[in-house]
Design a protein around this ligand. Structure first.
Ligand code: ATP
Ligand code: MG
Length: 418
């Protein structure tokens, strides 16, 4: 066997592409309705950006980054997520220059994490996501959750669960840290080595641990919401109020925390139960301190990222796909002699944006019709020696199974109106 795609990566093959394009189309359309504009940042960045942006006590930075030195010895990392890069671009290009502006950006593209590959978990995977930078209004939080659910509904993924929580502000997190250290202190010797490291560096990360032995202790631990201050609690209540006004009933998960260091206040996850263990299709939250941590002035912000592969998987599990397109036109020829006419006609039709296929190599009409059926062609034009001498061709409707003789001039009008 020759060279294969690297572990944890997959080829997205043509037969899946229609599903991908369908999802991408819905995403762009919906995000546009909510006023988001696309941004494309590089796939690699200075390693320092992610260490500063994501935090050095996170799994992503500690274990999952694809980091290498370029030929000049600079440390480069393939982006494991895109929030840090979008905030970098926001600061670098001064996108928030207008006083009191709310900058709404979205992105779509591949991310890279060195993880253990399994269903719904790859080393190269695609995300789309948004960042709204410049508002601390709880209405913005609610709007984003509503927007994500709208995207999923339009894709055909209905009834997804939106879980929400508050991880509080810096002060709340300091309090919670003390509470967690006190609680885990007595259990930590029975827990995994990562959790032992997390207890020292960043105990809240323990709540993200997926090791079964640690789960039983995590299940019983004090909830973050009980350490949250009054203003942060009010913020969460306001988000929930707005969601109810939008006809959305979130599930309050008082133990929900997010894997990245920069989150404050609202944290949320959208889950699809059909996916089994890796059931989060989108996740996000507020990051009111990130812009400042990265060298800007204090600027509240909120964003999310959704995993494309898990969305495609969920669609397949539920038998959801875009309607099959059947707009292809196939030109069949009865002899080598009429290929001149066939190729000229194909060229003209394609120039008019009509998708046309013709076979240069297949000899018999039977094999050409088989080819047309495989291509899911809606119509077949048969160019025969006798007919073409009278300036005519046969036009066959593959669905209605009807055929008629038409002149080449008529054909043009017919095809334009198909
Ligand atoms: P998880 O708990 O599943 O590891 P996460 O907290 O690392 O998720 P985020 O960094 O918030 O996830 O990414 C947002 C979304 O991107 C996830 O909900 C998921 O749908 C998708 N995602 C994250 N990591 C992967 C991966 N390795 N392969 C495929 N999709 C992923
Ligand atoms: Mg992860």
């Amino acid at each position: 066997m020759g060279i294969k795609a690297p572990r944890g990566t997959v080829d997205i093959l043509p037969h899946d592409m229609e599903r991908w394009h369908f999802v991408e189309h819905i995403v762009r359309q919906t995000l546009n309705c909510y006023g988001y504009q696309e941004i494309r940042t590089p796939i690699f960045e200075a390693t320092e950006l992610f260490i500063r942006g994501i935090g050095d006590a996170t799994d992503i930075v500690n274990k999952e980054m694809y980091t290498f030195q370029d030929k000049k010895g600079r440390s480069i990392t393939l982006r494991p997520e895109n929030t840090a890069a979008v905030v970098r671009a926001y600061l670098e290009h001064n996108l928030g220059s207008q006083q009191g502006s709310l900058v709404k950006l979205f992105y779509m593209g591949p991310m890279f994490r060195y993880e253990r590959p399994q269903a719904g978990r790859q080393r190269q995977f695609y995300q789309f996501g948004t960042e709204a930078i410049g508002s601390m209004h709880p209405g913005v939080d609610a709007e984003i959750i509503a927007m994500i659910l709208q995207i999923f509904e339009q894709i055909g993924l209905v009834g997804l669960k939106a879980e929400i929580n508050s991880v509080g502000c810096e002060e709340c997190r300091t309090n919670y840290r003390t509470v967690l250290i006190k609680y885990f202190h007595t259990h930590i010797s029975q827990m995994c080595s990562d959790c032992q490291m997390r207890l020292e560096k960043n105990p809240m990360r323990i709540l993200d641990c997926k090791v079964p032995a640690c789960q039983s202790y995590i299940k019983e631990c004090p909830a973050v919401i009980d350490s949250v201050c009054k203003p942060c609690r009010n913020h969460l209540d306001e988000v929930i109020k707005y969601l109810h006004l939008m006809n959305i009933s979130p599930i309050i998960n008082t133990r929900l925390v997010r894997g990245l260091d920069y989150y404050t206040r609202t944290a949320f996850e959208i889950k699809d139960e059909s996916l089994g263990t890796q059931n989060a299709v989108a996740a996000g939250g507020r990051y009111d301190n990130l812009v400042r941590n990265m060298g800007g002035i204090i600027t509240p912000a909120i964003g999310f990222a959704a995993g494309m592969e898990r969305i495609i998987l969920a669609m397949k599990n539920k038998g959801i796909g875009p309607a099959e397109k059947q707009n292809m036109l196939y030109i069949a020829t009865t002899s080598e002699g009429v290929k001149d006419t066939a190729s000229a006609l194909a060229q003209k039709l394609r120039a008019g944006n009509i998708p046309v296929e013709l076979s240069w190599d297949k000899k018999s009409l039977k094999s050409q019709f088989r080819h047309a059926a495989n291509m899911n062609a809606r119509h077949v034009i048969v160019i025969g020696d006798e007919e073409i001498n009278q300036g005519k061709v046969i036009l066959k409707d593959m669905v209605k199974e009807e055929q008629r003789l038409v002149t080449v001039e008529e054909l043009h009008n017919l095809l334009i109106n198909l």
